[in-house]
Design a protein around this ligand. Sequence first.
Ligand SMILES: Cc1ncc(COP(=O)(O)O)c(C=O)c1O
Length: 379
Amino acid sequence: MKLFDVYPLYDVEPVKAYDSTVVDKNGIEYLDLYGGHAVISIGHSHPHYVKRIKEQVEKIGFYSNAVQNSLQSELAEKLGKLSGYDQYQLFLCNSGAEANENALKLASFYTGKTRVVAFDNGFHGRTSAAVAATDNPKINAPLNKQQDVTFLPLNKLELVQNELEKGDVCAVIIEPIQGVGGLDEGTTDFFQGLEKLCKDNNTLLILDEVQAGFGRSGQFFAHQYHTIKPDIISIAKGMGNGFPIGGIMIAPHIKPTYGMLGTTFGGNHLACVAALAVLEVIEAENLIDNARMTGEYFLSQVNTLPGVQKVKGRGLMLGLEFDFEVGDLRKKIIYDEHIFTGGAMNKKLLRILPPLTIGKSEIDRFVKALNNVLVAEKA
Ligand SMILES: Cc1ncc(COP(=O)(O)O)c(C=O)c1O
């Protein structure tokens, strides 16, 4: 059987990895400044993570959600404590799209309404309601287009107010910093205004922290820069450092009933231990502070690079916007300089989403490499 060919692939095959280094099948080492779409949070193959998963799989790797699994409560406890959301409730699933799917469904159950407000350039995943709330018609099939979603520009509170006052909106879903869309973000006034409008109109505010969460922005959650408390927070990516796990954190006023949400694999023993190991390492190695400080260092180093129009993002969720499309630049950086970087919907944006463990020396290597490529291109 052939693979269903939906991914344009780079000609590189990683066979092992440690911390921020990826090694391909020819033994070439790459600096990973992309973390496989912002997934690697504590570094590849972190010894504590490997040990925790190995020890768990030797005991029990999976049982369904029909029996007790105290690892789930341990994870909820630890996540609540580190994120500052200890009064919230945790529902576990397997990916970012699934997290948003459950968040939107829960908002609809809670409010009894059906319409969703989402934002231009937003990305929330590729399944049913999540993809319908994603501003990209190319990945929405006719089936998905049946969902009732209104897209609005960021930072236009009056437009959100007009929609919510119509009374049929169950959820406003927003990324604290847009990932795939290209690192734009709302202002603090906008986020605080959304929080109030949602409260006033019996609409739930969903913060999609799938990419920005788990310390990447330099705070546990990027929305914490705006001192708001969403009704639901969706999480995935860095949560498992590569082990598939996602979840939603749910405000206490939203009450569960049996059967309301559910999944076979969600919250299995291995996934819980992976996420616990991630939190333990984030705490022990102060990775959130590191993300903030290394991000600040990055910002101080890249302004003078030729062709850079704008530097975007926070912590280690960063982007460089050039005055040209960066597809070829990314190829040169990977094949000639051996550094992984990312692209975005905005074709002129180079995205940097490294493990939260990197420091100044990795940034210096990147800046030097980028300079080499840019100067060689100009010559
Ligand atoms: C903000 C955001 N939400 C949701 C998703 C979907 O996550 P997944 O690919 O795990 O379904 C992504 C993936 O890039 C994302 O960036």
